[in-house]
Design a protein around this ligand. Structure first.
Ligand SMILES: NC(=O)C1=CN([C@@H]2O[C@H](COP(=O)(O)OP(=O)(O)OC[C@H]3O[C@@H](n4cnc5c(N)ncnc54)[C@H](O)[C@@H]3O)[C@@H](O)[C@H]2O)[C@@H](O)CC1
Ligand SMILES: Nc1ncnc2c1ncn2[C@@H]1O[C@H](COP(=O)(O)OP(=O)(O)O)[C@@H](O)[C@H]1O
Ligand SMILES: [K+]
Length: 466
């Protein structure tokens, strides 16, 4: 897990005040981290590196990089389209001039470039981009080269929103610490792989306490069976309520069985064709240990729903139930909720926390997740998306390992099945949500066929082989 921060200026300030590091020193480390990224990727001396430098300290990072790269590559183009403004940018430019390095304020030739470093705008981006800046971004985006964003892709603002246009990076070298702005669904289109640069002291000294964490592959704990003398009853009995759209519950049941639940029963109104290992019943069995409810539910008798929701076992709630008022009676207890953005908007409306559209939610995912979890601290909320946010009380975890291969009907049903399997086996609500989400996204990431082709069976197969 890595720590995430909403802003890092207070962390930079700590470097100056507590550890007596200077802005210049931090910037030199920022530039060194960029140099390392260029050197790792671009091996041939006969290469052309384009460094696009803006007016502020992001631009200054790029100018310092240009100095560090001198003599390492045949052709280094330092492109400064606007007159530099910040004190550090002026100093870095002065240093370059003293070395006899020329900069250019026009970019005509955009072919034969091997690497583009975007140091146009960083965390100081605070207004919409003008046409000139948009044109520059479009021009450098069109170059076929390895693309490195300095700190944050230019055009992505501090809230992770895109200001008209943005640099599309292969890798973002972010300075000092991970920021929420890099982890929005919108920013994911532009950041590429996110790497954290050390600014001259270890993460443990640079970073402060936080309640936000980025999940990593190594955080995944699979439900391995460590004991030997066991029987199916040791691994819980997961029940999945089958609604009108039966497929959803069937997918969830199969996923639950494959993720270790000792028994899985589909709660049905009529006998269905199901995999032979999934049991069927009209009622909840007495030894049920966890319930998954909501996926493909459609119209369902309210009294039956209440009876199921009143059963005192762990539950994961999905899909259609986020439009049901009666869910409000169950939000002051431990429960896992797995809405996608549209469903979360409905939940926010039902709970009278906000009446917003999906775009507003997507621009403020962290804000609304925090708002909801503050009001309902016992709920474990998993907000789906390109970057999944999992939150309980004041803790927030982000899973950015998912891929667009998951953008398919049925992916969410697999996820609910994985969560109910872990709940049934006795894992905590938060652990169940985190590990199910990690398994879900890693299985998609490992999928070897074309990324448009993933189906729920492939996903379940992948989870078996993690
Ligand atoms: N503070 C520190 O200690 C460190 C800062 N570093 C770098 O400093 C960057 C932040 O520097 P700044 O605060 O100077 O921010 P920027 O480099 O993003 O530049 C801000 C400048 O751009 C202008 N601007 C903002 N939005 C604009 C728009 N839409 N169109 C045209 N101009 C616009 C502002 O008026 C301001 O002059 C970070 O992203 C990082 O790259 C690194 O060197 C590491 C250390
Ligand atoms: N572009 C994407 N990148 C990462 N994960 C994605 C992407 N698109 C969808 N997902 C994931 O796929 C799942 C889709 O769930 P959902 O929308 O509920 O589908 P369904 O109800 O049809 O099963 C969620 O876990 C979501 O986070
Ligand atoms: K940038």
């Amino acid at each position: 897990m890595q720590k995430i921060f909403d802003e890092v200026s207070s962390l930079d300030k700590k470097c100056y005040d507590k550890f007596s590091l200077s802005e210049d020193l931090l910037m030199e480390h920022a530039a060194l981290a960029l140099k390392c990224e260029v050197n790792n990727k671009i091996k041939s001396y006969n290469s052309t590196i384009l460094i696009v430098c803006g007016v502020g300290n992001n631009g200054a990072d790029g100018l310092a990089l240009a100095r560090l790269l001198q003599d390492e590559y045949l052709n280094i183009i330092v492109y400064t389209p606007f007159e530099v403004k910040s004190k550090m940018a002026k100093l870095q430019l002065e240093r370059l001039k003293l070395l006899g390095v020329n900069t250019t304020n026009s970019l005509r030739k955009v072919f034969d470039i091997d690497c583009v470093v975007d140091s146009l705008f960083g965390s100081g981006l605070n207004k919409p981009l003008k046409k000139e800046a948009i044109d520059i971004l479009e021009k450098i985006n069109s170059i076929e080269a390895y693309k490195i964003a300095c700190d944050i892709p230019s055009g992505v603002d501090n809230n992770g929103e895109i200001k008209n246009s943005a640099f599309k990076a292969d890798v973002t070298v972010t300075m000092g610490a991970l920021k929420t702005s890099l982890l929005t669904d919108g920013a994911k289109e532009f950041t590429g792989i996110i790497k954290k640069a050390n600014l001259g002291l270890s993460s443990s000294c640079y970073e402060n306490q936080t309640d936000m964490y980025l999940l990593e592959q190594k955080d995944l704990k699979l439900p391995f069976r460590d004991n030997i003398n066991t029987h199916k009853g040791n691994y819980g009995h997961a029940c999945v309520v089958i609604g009108c759209k039966k497929g959803a519950g069937v997918i969830a049941s199969s996923a639950a069985f494959s993720f270790g639940a000792g028994l899985v029963t589909a709660i049905v109104h009529e006998e269905l064709q199901l995999p032979y290992y999934i049991m069927q019943s009209h009622n909840l069995p007495s030894n049920v240990t966890a319930i998954a409810l909501g996926m493909g539910l459609g119209l369902y008798d309210k009294n039956e729903l209440k009876k199921i929701l009143n059963t005192n076992v762990a539950k994961v709630i999905d899909a259609d139930l986020f439009y049901e008022k009666l869910l409000l009676d169950y939000l002051n207890q431990e429960i896992v909720l797995t809405p996608h953005p549209k469903e979360f908007c409905s939940l926010l409306k039902l709970t009278k926390l906000a009446d917003i559209d999906i775009d507003t939610l997507q621009s403020n995912r962290f804000k609304y997740v925090k708002l909801f979890c503050k009001k309902y601290p016992k709920v474990t909320l998993l907000l789906k998306g390109a970057n999944v946010i999992i939150s309980q009380n004041n803790k927030v975890y982000v899973n950015c390992l998912g891929t667009s291969a998951l953008s398919k009907g049925g992916s969410g049903d697999v996820l609910s099945g994985l969560i109910v399997a872990l709940l049934a086996q006795g894992y905590s609500f938060l652990q169940s949500a985190i590990n199910a989400s990690l398994a879900h996204t890693l299985a998609a990431k490992n999928f070897k066929s074309n990324n448009y082709a993933l189906n729920p069976e492939d996903l379940i197969e992948g989870i078996k082989n993690l």
